[in-house]
Ligand binder design. Structure first.
Ligand code: NDP
Length: 253
């Protein structure tokens, strides 16, 4: 199974499945649900507006940061098998947008104050998630010669041996967001999903399927990534775990 399958020279399968189809269909379907509610009711409820706006901000953030996405596990480590292809072509469009689909026939009214509160909280979470990714990528891009929260970053120089026997070095950031926990970016990711679901209020469990699935997915992913990094970096990863002992939620091992 290939890591970067291509058709011809320029058609990259993972760019198509993960970004072009998966993420673009997320935005298109979110808008479609909004339009459907308008067709059914002659207006769009504030709950639907908050849900759609947050999902569109999230997808916009994704495309803004798309170049950074090439360094994530999906692209750099996961091979283009059933898990990734079916996930991006089927699961993302149908399940990730499901809170919006629920709202089509449940045009709940939140009131201006609650709607604005949820919207601001959701945007803040999306921004923090972006900033975590940006911080790590800027740190790696500048080889650690950047400021992290206004200070020189603390780091570990971790060497590892490639499959061809070459010895290489990577920098691990141990300050900023990455000093709070080893996968702190998953906390705002889960909270953002919660905030675009909570406009559905608590009348039905269905709209909460995505955020529940995401929580399980990211907790499993954090473990998978920790295992991979432990076998890649050995004693340096142990050093990182001693320095930053929390896996996802700061304060919880
Ligand atoms: P990351 O982008 O966090 O990549 C993990 C890799 O980063 C590690 O394998 C390691 O790679 C490197 N790394 C780990 N710790 C450090 C450190 N302290 N300093 C420097 N480099 C480090 O993983 P994801 O692909 O899981 O997440 C990317 C984004 O995608 C996140 O914002 C996440 O929330 C989001 N996401 C969303 C999902 C969804 O379904 N909505 C699903 C999954 C992710 P190396 O080998 O290079 O050292």
């Amino acid at each position: 199974m290939e890591l970067y399958p291509r058709i011809g020279k320029n058609f990259d399968m993972k760019v198509f499945t993960n970004c072009r189809f998966g993420m673009m269909s997320w935005a298109v379907l979110a808008l479609t649900y909004c339009i459907k509610q308008y067709e059914e009711n002659g207006k769009i409820a504030d709950s639907m507006l908050v849900n759609t706006t947050l999902m569109l901000v999230y997808v916009t953030k994704f495309f803004w940061w798309e170049a950074g996405y090439w360094n994530t596990m999906d692209i750099a480590h996961d091979r283009a098998g059933f898990y990734i292809c079916w996930g991006c072509l089927v699961w993302v469009p149908s399940i990730y947008t499901s809170p919006g689909m629920y709202l089509v026939n449940h045009p709940l009214v939140l009131g201006t104050q609650l709607a604005i509160f949820i919207l601001v909280a959701g945007i803040l979470c999306i921004y923090i998630n972006y900033d975590c990714d940006r911080q790590r990528q800027e740190f790696r891009r500048t080889n650690g010669k950047c400021l992290v929260w206004g200070k020189a970053p603390s780091k570990i120089e971790a060497s590892y041996t490639t499959t061809s026997g070459e010895t290489k070095t990577s920098l691990l950031l141990t300050s900023g967001w990455w000093g709070l926990s080893r996968h702190c970016h998953y906390v705002p990711e889960i909270l953002a999903a919660f905030f675009w679901t909570v406009p559905a209020l608590f009348n039905h469990v269905l709209p909460y399927f995505y955020v529940t699935f995401l929580t399980i997915l990211l907790f499993d992913r954090a473990k998978r990534d920790d295992d991979r990094c432990r076998s890649k970096y050995g004693k340096y990863w142990k050093l990182y775990c001693n320095k930053v002992p929390y896996r996802i939620i700061p304060g919880i091992y």
